[in-house]
Structure formats: C-alpha cells, structure tokens
Design a protein around this ligand. Sequence first.
Ligand SMILES: *[C@@H]1O[C@H](CO)[C@@H](O)[C@H](O)[C@H]1NC(C)=O
Ligand SMILES: *[C@@H]1O[C@H](CO)[C@@H](O)[C@H](O)[C@H]1NC(C)=O
Ligand SMILES: *[C@@H]1O[C@H](CO)[C@@H](O)[C@H](O)[C@H]1NC(C)=O
Ligand SMILES: *[C@@H]1O[C@H](CO)[C@@H](O)[C@H](O)[C@H]1NC(C)=O
Ligand SMILES: *[C@@H]1O[C@H](CO)[C@@H](O)[C@H](O)[C@H]1NC(C)=O
Ligand SMILES: *[C@@H]1O[C@H](CO)[C@@H](O)[C@H](O)[C@H]1NC(C)=O
Ligand SMILES: *[C@@H]1O[C@H](CO)[C@@H](O)[C@H](O)[C@H]1NC(C)=O
Ligand SMILES: *[C@@H]1O[C@H](CO)[C@@H](O)[C@H](O)[C@H]1NC(C)=O
Ligand SMILES: *[C@@H]1O[C@H](CO)[C@@H](O)[C@H](O)[C@H]1NC(C)=O
Ligand SMILES: *[C@@H]1O[C@H](CO)[C@@H](O)[C@H](O)[C@H]1NC(C)=O
Ligand SMILES: *[C@@H]1O[C@H](CO)[C@@H](O)[C@H](O)[C@H]1NC(C)=O
Ligand SMILES: *[C@@H]1O[C@H](CO)[C@@H](O)[C@H](O)[C@H]1NC(C)=O
Length: 832
Amino acid sequence: MAEPRPAIKFLNFPSVIFPLLLLFLRASGATASDMLITGGNITDGETLVSAGGSFTLGFFSPTGVPTKRYLGIWYTASADADAACWVANLDNPLGKASGVLVLSSTGGLRLLDGGSGQTVWSSNMTGASASSVAKLLPSGNLVVQEQNNSSAAVMWQSFDHPSNTMIAGMKFGKNLRTGGDWSLTSWRAQNDPATGAYRRVMDTNGLPDIFTWQGDVKKYRAGPWNGLWFSGIPDMDSNYRLFSVQMVEDSDEIAYDLNAIAGNPFTRFVLDEAGAVKLFMFMTSGWTNFTWIPADDCDEYAKCGAFSVCNAAPTPQCNCLQGFSPVFPSQWAQSDTSGGCRRDEPLRCGNGTAADQFKLVNGVKLPDTHNATVNMNATLEQCGAMCLANCSCVAYAAADIRGGDHVSGCVMWTGDIVDVKYVNPGQDLYVRLTKSRSATKRGTWQQSCFQLWQLYLYSRPLPSTLFGYASFRAKRRNKDIVEKAILGSSRAPNDLGDENVDLPFVNFGDIAAATNNFSEDNMLGQGGFGKVYKGTLGQNIKVAIKRLGQGSGQGVEEFRNEAILIAKLQHRNLVRLLGCCIHGDEKLLIYEYLPNKSLDSIIFDATNKYLLDWPTRFKIIKGIARGLLYLHQDSRLTIIHRDLKPSNILLDEDMSPKISDFGMARIFGGNQQEANTNRVVGTYGYMSPEYAMDGAFSLKSDTYGFGVIILEIISGLKISLTHYNGFPNLLAYAWNLWTDGKTMDLVDSCLSKSSTRTEALRCIQIGLLCVQDNPNSRPLMSSVVTMLENETTPLLAPKQPMYFSYWGAQGAGENTSCSLNNMSLSSVLEGR
Ligand SMILES: *[C@@H]1O[C@H](CO)[C@@H](O)[C@H](O)[C@H]1NC(C)=O
Ligand SMILES: *[C@@H]1O[C@H](CO)[C@@H](O)[C@H](O)[C@H]1NC(C)=O
Ligand SMILES: *[C@@H]1O[C@H](CO)[C@@H](O)[C@H](O)[C@H]1NC(C)=O
Ligand SMILES: *[C@@H]1O[C@H](CO)[C@@H](O)[C@H](O)[C@H]1NC(C)=O
Ligand SMILES: *[C@@H]1O[C@H](CO)[C@@H](O)[C@H](O)[C@H]1NC(C)=O
Ligand SMILES: *[C@@H]1O[C@H](CO)[C@@H](O)[C@H](O)[C@H]1NC(C)=O
Ligand SMILES: *[C@@H]1O[C@H](CO)[C@@H](O)[C@H](O)[C@H]1NC(C)=O
Ligand SMILES: *[C@@H]1O[C@H](CO)[C@@H](O)[C@H](O)[C@H]1NC(C)=O
Ligand SMILES: *[C@@H]1O[C@H](CO)[C@@H](O)[C@H](O)[C@H]1NC(C)=O
Ligand SMILES: *[C@@H]1O[C@H](CO)[C@@H](O)[C@H](O)[C@H]1NC(C)=O
Ligand SMILES: *[C@@H]1O[C@H](CO)[C@@H](O)[C@H](O)[C@H]1NC(C)=O
Ligand SMILES: *[C@@H]1O[C@H](CO)[C@@H](O)[C@H](O)[C@H]1NC(C)=O
C-alpha cells in the first residue's frame, strides 16, 4: 500500500469558511488522504476525506460559536457546520484552532490541545501498535485497525460511539460483548454538542424496545419489536424505505442495523435538543428535515396512564380500556389523564364458571414490556391458556407477527398496562376481564353509518369499546375536524361532513343470518378487499354484502370511501348502497343486488355474449357514460372513480349498467384539475399512461378507462389479451383497423346482425378519442355523453394511442394489476 499522502495543510480556517474550503477542495482537484498512520497527526485545517469523497473528518465550529473548535465527521457535500454526524470532544471544545489529532502506538487516537499539550479527547482503546492506522471509511465510520490487514479486528470505531446522529451502516441497540450501548445522546443545543438532556436507548428487558429518556423519565417509546417493526412505528416500513433495517439478536448483540438503499439521498436521524428524532435528507437544495418521533401527542409516554389507550386522531384522546374506568374521574374529565384507569370489577381468577375472559383490543402499539414475560416458544393459544392460568397475568399478545396468522411467541403482562396507542397497522392485545365485563355492551343501535363512522374514528375498536362509554356519544365534534379526519388533510374540503347521510346501520347478526353465516354457497365473488355474498334481508330484499378484509386496519380506507361517499350519490347508473355494518373488526357494506352480474361475465363469455345485442350494448355504453358524468360533475362533488373496468360495471334486470366499487375513488375540490398519488392503484390496461407512469390522475383518467371499456364492449375482446391478429394489444389493433378503413372489423362477430353501422363506428371513434395519450386531448364525459346521444354532434379525428399500443404486451396479461401496496384490485362485486 502506498505511503499515505500527507493531509493537505490549510491555515486555520474558521468554520464560516467551510463552504469555500469545500469548493476549493473540489475546484483544485486535490484529494485528501483517508487515513492517519501511527505517529502522524491532523491539525486544525487539515482533513481526512473518505475514499469517494462522501465524508470528511476535520475541525469545525458550530454556527455562531467561532471560538469553540470540535473534531468531527460530516457529510462532505454539506456546508452546514451543525450537521456533523459524529463529534469527538463533545463536552470539551478547544478554545482556539490549536487542536491536533494524533494516533499513537500506545493510546490510539487522541485529540490534543496543541497549545497546552492537554488531551481533550481520547479513544481510550487498547491494542494499538506501530502498524495501526485510523481510516475514514466510505460509510463515514472512522476505524482504527492494523494496517494492511483487512481481517484484523477493528480496535475502535466511531460508529460504536454515536453522538446525536445515526446514519446508514450504524447499529442501534445493546452490545452484549462489551456491555455497552449503541445509543444516541442529544446535544445541548443545535449549535452546542455538549451532552444534552435526552438519550435514546434500546431496552432489552421484555421485548426489544426503544426509549427516549429525559434524565430518568421515559419520554417516548417506540414499542416492542414485533419481528418487522417497532410496534408503535408501523411506518418504519415506509419511512425506512430510505433504509433497510435488520434486527440482530444473538449472543453478541441485540441491535438493529441501518443499511442504506442505493439511490436514496443521504439521510441522517438526529436526536435533537428537545428529544425529538428528526430525519435530515440531503437534497440538491440542502438539508430537508422532518420530525419523525413524536408522530403525535399520543407518543408522549404513558400520556393516558395505566389501562388506557390513546387515540391520536383527530385530536389526542385518552380512553380507558373496556372494563376499566378513570381513577380520578373529575381530573380525567378535565383532560388530566395521567392518573390512568382501574378495573371496574376484580378478576375472578380461574374460578370455575366465573372464570375470566380476554377482550381483544386491536390495532394498537403494544404496552411497555419492561416487566413483561416473553415466551418465544408458545403459540398465541398456549399463551392465552398460560395467562388465564396465572392469576397475576393481565394481558398477552403475540411477540412476533412475521408469520401472519400463525404468529409465534408471546408476551404476557403482569403489572400495569402502560402506553398503549392506536396505530395503523397495529397489533392485537388480549386484555383479561371478568366475563361480565368482557361481554359486548349494546347501546341503542339506531345510529346511521355515518355517525358510527365518526365514532369509529375517535374510538377504535368498535363497537365494544365504543359503547362502553356513553359520554363519547354525547360529545359533539367540530365539523371541520370530522372532515379532516375523514378526508385526510391532503384532500380537498367538501361537504362530506354533512351529517344527513341516512345510511341504515344493519345488525351484524342479521347479516350473518342473511348470508347463512357467510357460507360459500352465498358467495358471489371475491376481490382484494374482501368477499361478496348474496343475502336476503328484511322483507325479502335481495342484497349483495361486501365483507371487507378482517383484521386491524384492513379495508378501512375502502370502507371510508364507500360508506361515506357512495351513500351521498344517487344515480340510476351507480350501484346503490343500502346500509352498512361495523362490528368489531368487521366492516360490511350492503348493496342492492343486481341479478345480471357484471359486464365482463357477459361480453367476454362465449355463450353469454349472444345475449347482448347491439342496442343493449349501446344502451350500456351510454349508461356508463351518464353514470360517469354524474360522478364527475353532476353530483355535488367531483369524484374520480380510478378503477373503471367491465367487472366493476354491474347490470340490473333490464341490463342497465351500474358503476360499482368506489373503494379507490377520490374526491376533487372545486377547482382541482389533477392530483398525484404515489400509491398507484387500479387495473393495468384501464389505467391511463400518465396515471400508470406518474401517478397523476384527473377526470381524464376515468375517460381513458371508459374508452377502453367501449372498445371492449364493441369487440368482445379483452384489453388484457395478448394476441390481436398480430397486434400487441387491443388499442393497437383498433387503431390499425381505423387507419386502414376497416373499422367495422372490430365489431364482435356475434353482433353482425344487430349492429347499426353508424352507431358502432361512432362508438369506436369515441373510444379512440378517449384513449389518446395526452389527457388534454381526451374529451370530458359531458362531451362524450353529447357525442353518444346526439348523432349529429361532429367528432374529432383521434390521434394514435402510442403509449400502451407499442409498449408491448408484457405486463398486460390476465389478472395483472398494478399496485404498490400488493392489493389485488379485481372487483369484488363481479359474479362468478
Ligand atoms: C502496507 O502495504 C503497502 C503496500 O501495499 C506497503 O508499502 C507498506 O509498507 C505496508 N505497511 C505495513 C505496515 O506493512
Ligand atoms: C504533527 O506532525 C508534524 C509533522 O507532520 C510534527 O512536526 C508535529 O510535531 C506533530 N505534532 C504533534 C502534536 O504530534
Ligand atoms: C477507558 O476505558 C476503561 C475501560 O475500558 C474505563 O474504565 C475508563 O473509564 C475509560 N476512560 C475514559 C476516560 O473513558
Ligand atoms: C491479520 O489479522 C488477523 C486477525 O487479527 C491475524 O490472525 C493475522 O495474522 C494478521 N495477518 C497479518 C499478515 O498480520
Ligand atoms: C428544519 O426545517 C425547517 C424548515 O422546514 C427549518 O426551519 C429548520 O431550521 C430545520 N431544522 C434544522 C435543525 O435544520
Ligand atoms: C370463586 O367464586 C366463588 C363464587 O363466585 C366465590 O365465592 C369464591 O370466593 C371465589 N374464589 C376465588 C379464589 O376467587
Ligand atoms: C416495572 O416494575 C417496576 C417495579 O415494580 C415499576 O417501578 C415499573 O413502573 C414497572 N414498569 C412498567 C413499565 O410497568
Ligand atoms: C424453546 O424451545 C427451544 C427448542 O425447542 C428450547 O431449546 C428452549 O429452551 C425453549 N425455551 C423456552 C423458554 O422454553
Ligand atoms: C405467574 O406469572 C408471573 C410473572 O410472569 C410469574 O412470576 C409466576 O411464577 C407465575 N405463576 C405461576 C403459578 O405460574
Ligand atoms: C351461524 O352460526 C351461529 C354461531 O356459530 C349458529 O348458532 C347458527 O346456528 C348459525 N346459523 C346458520 C344459519 O348456520
Ligand atoms: C337478467 O336478469 C333477468 C331477471 O333476473 C333475467 O330474466 C334475464 O335473463 C337476465 N339476463 C341475462 C343476460 O342474464
Ligand atoms: C345535436 O347536435 C347538433 C349539432 O351540434 C345540434 O344542432 C342539435 O341541436 C343537437 N340536438 C339535440 C337534440 O341536442
């Protein structure tokens, strides 16, 4: 290995010259060394630069404190003096630019005050020798190792001694070999690295969990590690797309590794001076930051005291668990909830028929497990039995949820249950109660679905918890908050907060009875969001019942959309929602039953297709267009369906079409023209290019889907087929027939007798206009309806749909739907 080049010498630059210095470094093309050899030193003004240049080690002064000098490592591209990822002499700043970092064969790394010769910081390591080197690795880790021996043990590394910052490559947790921690300690202020008030540490009593401590007081808690994430940070999954996280639990350590994902911006987590964890991303414009923890007020440790649960939306709210009441009711009523809750009735403790039961509280961040018993061998059922058999056990939950339904291991609580919060997706917690307290209490069930939904938002789970607290119902909420909660802050305001939705609530028992306990025989279809059953309610009213996915969090969004949105819409070309039901985890929607199933079960079926003559098909096309027009502009709202396809078009006994499945619909505000989503949902083939590619959706995305449906209705060919007389897909095929003047060849041969040439040609032309690549070229549904209904309306010539036509048939196969969330997107109302 070449003799390390001497570090470039600069005079003592104050930190304000950082940017200049960095510019100079780059402009001059000079490269600093990445290592310090034994006997060498680095003085203030000199730097080490990691191979590749990402990180720099050197001396700096925090913003506004030019008199204090620190040795640190920072991301080279950043000119921010407060953005150091690691600092050596945190509590011992040098008074002037006289610092010297030396590597000695006896003491390892030492930072000396060049003036007095005093040591202000030392790596305090053993094992250094004359052939040791300190090297700044491309990850930003400064390691001391034997030179020329990559298999030699690391004697010391900066990643083992984090300051307030965590970056990719670092560990967080317990080092069982040394007994030390990989933890974070806050700075005293943004520009003062001295030891601050907060520490973020992993606790490995019980299940691994992360606490932010303010002195000896717990401030925030991440929640027990459940095999996939820390229970209270389910968005770790998505936030950590910036990183990948790997938990290691062996005899050496219980810690997680934070690994970078290629292509992401450089990101650092900082435990800031107020105890929050902030995420800083380096973008072209500099650092962008946001607060990651706390996510909301419910993150405040034990905010609601014992045996309670905190609900963050729409405003933080504490509720006692079912079977518990506030210890100090009057304080509780005044929002001083720290006293927590106590049991209404003492446990019977395995006393014959009076034995206790468990009440499922779902969708939560699990309680503090510091004093809990963990048994990784037991199944959840065994756990329940063990807990029941032990008088001091008050609750249990799965310890590892990686197995999905077959969770393994469990955790059992004996003392208080503290710091529970609703999260999504959350976990199931089984709380021990006496039989009488665990029975579901029934209130008056005369609420409409909409009211129920509001309550649902404030107090999950439903209805057991909810109806235990009559006071809840008494509280009237601010309409704006309700709207926000329902629509999410990103969505446009509209009048959905209006409480006059009259959607009957149907008793779960009645639904179970109507569907023969959800028997297979009653099933009409199945989709990603649940199953659809046929049933008969009341006086022989035939209904279709959609049972949204069970389990915490599942189908909530779809339920929200359908129950609140569709209840407001009434049009003969939209399927009618008749009622709904919320029962514990169950979310059910009740629709009118349409005997003739869905469009795809007819037009694509070799025998059924003969049942649909041209006049009927034309009627269907016009009906869908009117239904869409209503959604887009004639209702009080502007609604984009986003998942139009033949399986979502149902047919009534007169073969009138009804658009169904609004689980993905979006509401637009008054002047909103376009929106963006990074969760592209829909079905491949019916998604417009701009939506499929960029997530941009507008009214014209629905126009596109409608165009595809017209072409399918006329041709009887599926967009997802792969052979079209040599063309890659239906659009290319249709376009070629159109340009060759053979448009009529597209018409399904089973229609030859009944088709009216001019009508069919107009429809094909309208279809082609609707599938044009440029959304601005596609007509609005109002024009489409006019074009369809008034045959003298002149039609424009369509432009060639390039994008999907020649994109190849790959990916267009059967059942290919595009979703970033692994949701299957097929309709749930289609017939079998
Ligand atoms: C390390 O290797 C380089 C060449 O690869 C050599 O010049 C140098 O002397 C070696 N140093 C030690 C301490 O062995
Ligand atoms: C740092 O190294 C220089 C030679 O590069 C040497 O003259 C100086 O004495 C060293 N300083 C310390 C404190 O070791
Ligand atoms: C250095 O390490 C030893 C044990 O490894 C420890 O006892 C001592 O307190 C440390 N000194 C400093 C200054 O950190
Ligand atoms: C490199 O380090 C390993 C582990 O410490 C040691 O076993 C080996 O002898 C060393 N090799 C050389 C060439 O020093
Ligand atoms: C975080 O970003 C905000 C603006 O978004 C800025 O005002 C603030 O200073 C930043 N915080 C830090 C610590 O850089
Ligand atoms: C068991 O239940 C009976 C009747 O409910 C009661 O008299 C008895 O005290 C209970 N025993 C215990 C240990 O709770
Ligand atoms: C654990 O037990 C100790 C001692 O009884 C108690 O002080 C502490 O609050 C308990 N912690 C939790 C989270 O229950
Ligand atoms: C769990 O099972 C493993 C293997 O079956 C066994 O070695 C271990 O001792 C068990 N642990 C407990 C706590 O029962
Ligand atoms: C009940 O659970 C506690 C806490 O896990 C434990 O200390 C105690 O031994 C258990 N009692 C029985 C009878 O298993
Ligand atoms: C439905 O299930 C319940 C409880 O499992 C049972 O009592 C009832 O008889 C069942 N009804 C039908 C129609 O199968
Ligand atoms: C549509 O439903 C009606 C009434 O159930 C039935 O008479 C008719 O045959 C059905 N048509 C088709 C095409 O299934
Ligand atoms: C049909 O369209 C033509 C040309 O745009 C227009 O003159 C006529 O009034 C329309 N007819 C109806 C019934 O709207």
